[in-house]
Design a protein around this ligand. Structure first.
Ligand SMILES: Cc1ncc(COP(=O)(O)O)c(C=O)c1O
Length: 392
């Protein structure tokens, strides 16, 4: 049967694939430790679930085109957290940040338009840009420099087709948090070259060592007028399955996104929208509790990786991922099989150590593997014992 050339150009998400494979092994009774997940392991806080139940009882079960309560809650949360005012017409509600980014690419990209992304990048960026007939221009970074892009490398990617610069701080997969100076320097490139800035802020509340994530939207009017802030309730409130995300930015682009979405998904689930509004407006204590747990786990992971030979790890400062460089082990033969790249390393770890992680090539960095520490300390201990033994 025929499928489209568009789909043929796109590989399936490797992060979802490895999670599914680990799940399958677990179902077969194999004791797999999964470091593949891109989602918090905590339950969605109870008060958010209660808000969903109330929404059902109140009959909030119809089409919404982005429920007003949610748009108002997003605007209020942005004002509380960033000191910026947005009107509800500056906000588009989508089915998670993934859908927001997809819709945004569809709304701004003409064939051949270029968007600059920073590698290691979140797996879906290049594919979403490709699905919109755009071209992802990649700026490489290294762990030695904290995965922070060099401004000259960003400028080297500029052409007359460049329309936007996409940044993601805290980053999935590296956990890097760009300093205010770095965000400012990147924003200045965007302003000087009349580019949009897409700021994926999905992990903005999961930051360690007393740091704060800087949104380019907070860097003055010249910058803010070109910033599309993308965020969701997924990581902040452990609500990945609820599928609520948004974009806040220039009304013209938001209107284009709403037009596109009106023929695609309409609104996110109305009940989830009401729950998300409660998450954004009610007590933020749960956010801090989860953040503290992630910081403790980050400390543990760093300590375990530092004790391993041939593995280096720039300390993650946010999100819930460690992105160690394991390439010193490439070329080695373990139990009769040769590990030559991140994919074969991951296969080896899954088959021999029964630990699931994600190969770095999915993020444009084959020297690395991604380890999610969104799991219990007990699982971390068990998984790192196994990895350490497998790499000996
Ligand atoms: C950097 C980044 N952006 C966006 C998303 C999408 O999140 P969601 O669609 O659940 O809001 C993810 C999820 O893994 C992510 O890591």
């Amino acid at each position: 049967m025929k499928t489209s050339k568009r789909v043929a150009r796109i590989p399936p998400s490797e992060t979802l694939a490895i999670t599914a494979r680990a799940k399958q092994m677990k179902q077969e009774g194999i004791d797999v430790v999964s470091f593949g997940a891109g989602e918090p392991d905590f339950d969605t806080p109870a008060h958010i679930g209660e808000a969903a139940k109330r929404a059902i009882d109140a009959g909030e079960t119809k089409y919404t085109s982005g429920i007003n309560e949610l748009k108002a809650a997003i605007a209020a949360a942005i004002e509380r957290d960033m000191g910026l005012k947005y009107e509800t017409t500056d906000i588009c509600c989508s089915v998670g940040a993934k859908h927001a980014l997809h819709t945004l690419c569809q709304a701004i990209c003409d064939p051949g338009d270029e968007i600059i992304i920073v590698a290691p990048y979140w797996v879906s960026y290049p594919q979403m840009i490709r699905m919109a007939d755009g071209v992802a221009k990649v700026v490489n970074t290294t762990g030695d420099h904290g995965f922070v892009p060099d401004i000259a490398d960003v400028e080297a990617q500029l052409t007359d087709r460049t329309i936007a610069l996409l940044i993601n701080s805290p980053s999935n997969p590296t956990g890097a948090v760009f300093s205010r100076d770095v965000v400012k320097a990147l924003s200045e490139v965007a302003v000087a070259n009349d580019l949009l800035i897409i700021s994926d802020e999905c992990y903005d509340k999961i930051v360690f060592d007393g740091l704060q994530a800087t949104s380019p939207a907070t860097l003055g009017d010249a910058c803010r007028e070109r910033v599309l802030v993308v965020n969701s309730v997924s990581k902040t409130y452990s609500m990945t399955g609820w599928r609520v995300g948004w974009t806040a930015g220039p009304a013209e682009i938001i209107k284009a996104m709403n037009t596109y979405q009106s023929h695609e998904t309409s609104n996110p689930c109305s009940i989830a929208e009401m729950a998300a509004a409660a998450g954004l407006l009610e007590s933020q204590d749960c956010v801090e509790q989860m953040r503290q747990a992630f910081e403790q786990r980050r400390d543990y992971v760093v300590q375990r990786v530092e004790a391993m030979d041939g593995v280096t790890l720039p300390k993650p400062q946010g999100a819930f991922y460690a992105f160690p460089d394991v390439s010193q082990h490439y070329g080695r033969t373990f139990t009769g099989r040769q590990v030559t790249n991140s994919a074969t390393m991951i296969e080896y770890l899954l088959d021999e150590a029964k630990v699931a992680a994600v190969p770095g090539d999915a993020f444009g960095a084959d020297a690395h593997i991604r380890i999610s520490f969104a799991t219990s300390m007990e699982q971390l201990e068990k998984g790192f014992d196994r990895i350490a033994a497998a790499l000996k």
